[in-house]
Design a binder for this molecule. Structure first.
Ligand code: NAI
Length: 387
């Protein structure tokens, strides 16, 4: 279905679109990069040239000029006429994406596959806007696409099986790690990772520990590369809060995904994190970073509460068949760089221990948020056996 000669079309030349375009061109494809904003497109053109040259200088690739020649830049959608695969990476808005997919179908060949890089919308809804919904699929890359290996491959309800298989193979040929995920809110990574942020905020709101202590516990004792508050500030609250709210609404208001007022207020104040100079932390010049309370008893409790909630999400996703056990492990290690897979973590701690922590939280709070997945409740089950 796809081969090296397939011309790849990318809609949207922002952070994700230009990153995906770089991956495709580096692998040898000719790429048409399209944006309806000429300024954005020019910016992408300049920064792609700079990035590829820098990679060449560092010895990470040999042929920057040759790769650059594979690009064409377009503000006219008709430039997609000869493409075999188009990946859309425009603004995260369902109505706008549906309109673009409808327009794409009037331009492309009958056998052109149409993919969306949406991080939170229903791929099935986007497919439903098309006259040939069976050719639509989700290909969810992570930021920055050239560096992050994971790609979530999301068949819509209508997607043709052959397109799913060919897309997975193509992603492997792009040196990516593709996993197959059901079209459900947040797919795998953005669903399973919610407690990393949400439970950390709960601990803060309850006055159990401050941001510096929670971040210290999760990095030093939990082994995560970055703590939850530093990460939320890095992602930006305009993105991170909105993903949480979208996942919560899409799950019919399941309390497990309930957003926090604290983060909502940061967003309302324009305290978006690193990019605005202030989020949970203050990034102003000369401002001292808050000092954590390095109490390992407290720290281990924090790690236990957040990690058990992550394990519960992973176990429940497995129970509901959202992805295979292997793919759930790959998602969290390759998509968000967790120190180990969550199912592996469950086995290392033991399902009984995980269940006891969750049941204690449930007893204490009487909140459905802490209900344990039935998979953990099945006594003595080893999640490893699914791997
Ligand atoms: P961005 O804002 O950096 O870029 C979007 C680009 O699309 C802009 O250049 C804009 O001019 C262009 N655009 C908007 N509407 C258009 C239209 N109708 N036709 C043609 N071009 C149009 O956005 P970003 O961050 O690259 O995100 C794009 C998509 O990727 C979104 O769906 C987002 O949810 C998803 N995504 C984003 C990630 C991230 O970390 N930024 C990670 C994974 C997925």
């Amino acid at each position: 279905m796809f081969d090296k000669n397939t011309i790849i079309g990318i809609v949207g030349s922002g952070a994700m679109g230009s990153g995906i375009a770089q991956v495709a061109a580096t692998t040898g494809h000719n790429v048409v990069l399209f944006d309806n904003n000429a300024t954005a497109l020019n910016k992408a053109k300049t920064s792609l040239a700079t990035t590829l040259k820098k990679l060449e200088e560092k010895g990470k690739l040999k042929n920057a000029d040759e790769i650059l020649q594979r690009f064409s830049f377009a503000t006219d959608i008709n430039a997609f006429a000869d493409c075999g695969l188009i990946i859309e990476a425009i603004v995260e808005n369902l109505d706008v994406k549906k309109a673009v997919f409808k327009q794409l179908e009037t331009v492309v060949k009958d056998d052109c596959v149409l993919a969306t890089n949406t991080s939170s919308l229903s791929v099935t809804s986007i497919a439903a806007a098309c006259t040939k919904p069976e050719r639509v699929i989700g290909l969810h890359f992570f930021n920055p696409p050239p560096l992050m290996a994971l790609v979530e491959v999301i068949p819509a309800v209508q997607t043709n099986d052959a397109i799913v298989a060919a897309s997975k193979t193509r992603m492997e040929q792009w040196s990516k790690v593709p996993i197959i995920v059901k079209d459900t809110p947040g797919f795998i990574v953005n669903r399973v990772a919610r407690p990393f942020y949400g439970e950390a905020i709960r601990i803060l709101e309850e006055g159990i520990a401050d941001i510096a202590t929670i971040d210290w516990a999760m990095t030093e004792l939990g082994g995560f590369r970055i703590g939850p508050f530093a990460l939320m500030d890095y992602i930006g609250h305009d993105v991170n809060y909105v993903v949480t709210e979208t996942v919560f609404q899409s799950f019919f208001y399941d309390p497990r995904y309930k957003p926090s007022f604290l983060q909502k207020r940061l967003l309302e104040a324009g305290w978006l994190g690193r990019k605005s100079g202030q989020g949970f932390y203050n990034y102003g010049e000369g401002i001292q970073t808050p000092v954590p309370v390095k109490d390992t008893v407290l720290g281990n409790k924090i790690v236990q509460r957040i990690v058990v909630m992550l394990i519960n999400e992973a176990a429940d996703a497995l129970h509901l068949g959202i992805a295979s056990a292997q793919d759930i492990e790959l998602a969290m290690t390759k998509g968000v760089n967790y120190p180990k897979g969550l199912l592996q973590w469950a086995d290392d701690w033991g399902a009984d221990k995980c269940l006891a922590i969750l049941d204690n939280l449930y007893k204490e709070y009487h909140d459905d948020r802490y209900r344990a997945s039935v998979l953990l409740r099945k006594n003595g089950i080893l999640l490893r056996k699914f791997l």
